[in-house]
Design a protein around this ligand. Sequence first.
Ligand code: GTP
Ligand code: MG
Length: 200
Amino acid sequence: MTQNLKIEAKFLLSASSLADAPQPSLSEVVFLGRSNVGKSSLLNALCDRKNLARISSEAGKTRMINYYEIKARRDQEQIALRFVDLPGFGYAKASKAERESWGENLSQFLRRRRSIRLFLRLIDSRHIDLPQDKVMSDFIRAATQPDQTSMAVYTKADKLNRRERDALLRLKPDALLLSSVSKEGLDKLWELIIEAIAGA
Ligand code: GTP
Ligand code: MG
């Protein structure tokens, strides 16, 4: 992990509804993205843990909102924060009515929850122009308050070949490419997370 950064992570609670959220006593980083994009895997990789959040090749694994308590320590400095792992955005197998009520709930929750410092919008680096991701990006833009940050990150970079990687970087020169498998980009992401939290 990044220079001398020590991470301690533990599961806090699973909430089946946004109303069951814990007290907003710590800064929060929210992992958003469509089902199977690699939210839970990224959370695990950032904490250097294999089974903290459950992952699955089957879409829709994460059904609850899972909160994790994280301590990041570097030298004498310690930062406490929470990671929030959400179910897949616009999960396809849910009914339209379910998706709409979930979306409405989520947007109210995100607007009210001022403890959120950073929204990480996960996008599969092999499919960067999916309409669902555009919906997610518009949705987050509308919910983000001036004191919050939202950031797109590109997952599964290990699956890109040279040509695909070059094409993505030509289109998005500043794209943060991540892989939970090869660990690419994780140090950089930690820097950005700490910056977003400490700058609060
Ligand atoms: P939901 O909980 O359904 O919303 O999915 P999720 O976004 O949490 O995805 P999850 O982390 O469960 O990963 C989905 C699948 O993608 C699993 O089979 C993972 O092993 C795989 N995966 C996740 N990240 C990576 C990555 O960086 N590289 C590769 N090659 N596979 C990945
Ligand atoms: Mg998940």
